[in-house]
Ligand binder design. Structure first.
Ligand code: CO8
Length: 257
């Protein structure tokens, strides 16, 4: 399928999705959400996908929700736009394979929220993060208030949400909002290395570890641990991925997944 805003490329089971609306700093509009949902429909059931990477074209990862589209919305339209974005980001978070945000530049407002819906964030030294909504008399609408507090703790989240401070990649690393930082020229090569590394692991194991980690993160430890044990068990037995992985270790060879 071809898209207006999303550019996609698949190689070695790794999907690279580039948000391409550079003249508007890749601001998120309805077309973006429609296209992202169509893409997620395509990828959801594709068992050959191992990792997805989301990045932005030009100076920005994403500079927020599209202010020009939002400015004339009434209360109900604002709520609907927020709910549509929330559902889309929940789907990204729940994709059966890991999703990496490769943050090349500004990740502001809805852009920071998009990055936080990914499993982890790898940033360029030029990346800038922030939730500037209060500058506009708004609050985050794509569950940024919920994810940020869970990812970096309530106090640091409240600091960023109420001051609207824009922080650089080093500060984002210190806060553990991002996991690694690279020079801009190296960013995509390094992200691909990480993606290939993940793609080389037991494919079912990677999918299950994501599922169980996500469920445990939002649920409780008893529920999460019970699911972990159940999914752990599914990797055992004749012809299973776990059997192959463990045999390969003992036989000092690479596993044949
Ligand atoms: N929406 C629409 N257009 C945008 C946005 C945006 N979020 N950000 C930038 N643009 C446009 C600019 O209007 C400009 O357009 P034009 O060339 O036609 O004038 C173009 O992109 C380039 O931008 P600048 O000239 O401003 O570029 P600079 O390099 O000087 O500055 C910044 C870059 C710092 C990123 C600056 O553009 C900026 O501050 N952007 C707005 C950031 C912001 O406030 N983001 C939060 C938006 S609100 C939000 O995301 C809420 C999410 C939840 C919504 C829930 C649904 C209701």
């Amino acid at each position: 399928m071809s898209y207006k805003i999303l550019k996609t490329q698949i190689q070695e089971g790794i999907v690279m999705v580039t948000i391409s609306r550079p003249k508007a700093m890749n601001a998120l509009n309805t077309v973006f959400f429609d296209e992202m949902n169509a893409l997620l429909d395509e990828l959801d059931s594709n068992k050959s996908i191992k990792v997805m990477i989301i990045t932005g074209e030009g100076k920005a990862f994403v500079a927020g929700a599209d202010i020009a589209e939002m400015v004339n919305m009434n209360s109900l339209q604002g709520q609907r736009f927020s709910e549509y974005g929330q559902r889309t980001f929940e789907r990204i978070e729940a994709m059966p394979f890991p999703v990496i945000a490769a943050v090349n530049g500004f990740a502001l407002g809805g852009g920071c929220e998009l990055a936080m819906s990914c499993d982890f964030r790898i940033a360029s030294t030029k990346a800038k993060f922030g939730q500037p909504e209060v500058n506009l008399g708004l609050i985050p609408g794509y569950a940024g208030t919920q994810r940020m507090a869970r990812l970096i703790g309530k106090a640091d989240a409240m600091y960023l949400l109420t001051t609207a401070d824009m922080i650089g990649a080093d500060e984002a690393l210190r806060l553990k909002l991002v996991q690694k930082v690279f020079e801009p020229e190296a960013l995509m090569d390094e992200v691909m290395k990480i993606a290939r590394n993940i793609a080389s692991k037991g494919p079912q194991a990677v999918r299950k570890v994501k599922e169980v980690c996500r469920i445990g993160f939002y649920g409780n430890i008893v529920e999460g641990s019970a699911l972990e044990a159940k999914l752990f068990g599914t990797l055992f037995g004749k012809g299973s991925e776990g059997e192959e992985g463990m045999k390969a270790f003992i036989e000092k060879r690479k596993p044949n997944w």
